[in-house]
Design a protein around this ligand. Structure first.
Ligand code: ADP
Ligand code: MG
Length: 225
């Protein structure tokens, strides 16, 4: 019965989301179409052609990002949950985010005490960690430090992702995880929602503390195996 309730709850969210996804995709499509129309006129200079083409690609990428995020949300939960030692993911995570962090002058520090075994799906948990670390890095426009620590606390595995970035007001924290909430240009505003969902699927939760101009700390708690 509980599974059924979760299923119908999910279908509701999905169909509500589908409507806003359609809306959010229409915007970049309209912009891209406008530029294509200009480009089809012969008097456009070479220089303008480059600019407009780049903008069309940017808009299409945005639409594609929205679809990717939506699908990863809509995809039935991976049925195969397996025991996973999060400590084993730390070098992979480090390799994936290092270039992104380095380009923004952000120092990465990862410290995951072994073993941190949870029941999960590797791909999904990586997606969630990447979403949160990416947000942390993007919050530090003038460089800073991103810390990812993992430890056991009672019967839970705790992961904390802390940045020294712009932080959030209480009102902004409240809007976290709602579809298409984003304060960034060229962003989908779906990845927090996806991340919350993933952690919930694994029986855990995400908490956030944040202080404007000080930074943000996301705490993920998951049942330890
Ligand atoms: P996106 O990153 O595409 O904007 P997200 O769903 O990942 O969408 O995040 C939604 C919004 O939450 C961001 O635009 C940002 O305003 C806020 N946010 C998320 N993480 C952080 C963070 N670590 N520090 C400050 N703001 C954040
Ligand atoms: Mg994001």
């Amino acid at each position: 019965l509980r599974q059924e309730i979760q299923r119908s709850e999910k279908l509701n969210v999905l169909s509500e989301l589908a409507a806003s996804v359609a809306h959010e995709i229409r915007n970049p499509m309209t912009v891209a179409r406008g530029f294509m129309q200009i480009l089809s006129q012969s008097q456009v200079t070479e220089e303008k052609k480059h600019v407009y083409t780049a903008m069309v690609i940017e808009e299409i990428d945005r639409a594609q990002g929205i679809i990717t995020d939506y699908l990863s949300f809509a995809k039935p939960e991976a049925e195969k949950l397996e025991p996973l030692n999060l400590s084993d993911l730390s070098s992979k995570l480090n390799n994936l985010i290092l270039p992104y962090a380095a380009a923004r002058g952000v120092d990465i520090q990862i410290d995951m005490k072994s073993p941190l075994v949870i029941q999960a799906n590797e791909e999904k948990i990586m997606q969630c960690l990447l979403n949160l670390t990416k947000n942390g890095i993007e919050a530090m426009t003038n460089g800073g430090a991103l810390q990812i620590i993992g430890f056991k606390k009672g019967s839970n595995v705790i992961l904390q992702i802390t940045d020294t970035g712009v932080g959030m007001t209480a009102e902004q924290i409240n809007r976290l995880g709602t579809p298409f909430y984003s304060t960034k240009n060229k962003s989908t505003g779906l990845s927090m929602m996806v991340s919350y969902r993933i952690i919930r699927t694994f029986g855990g939760l995400i908490e956030v503390t944040s202080e404007p101009n000080q930074g943000t700390c996301f705490t993920i708690s998951l049942p330890a195996v």
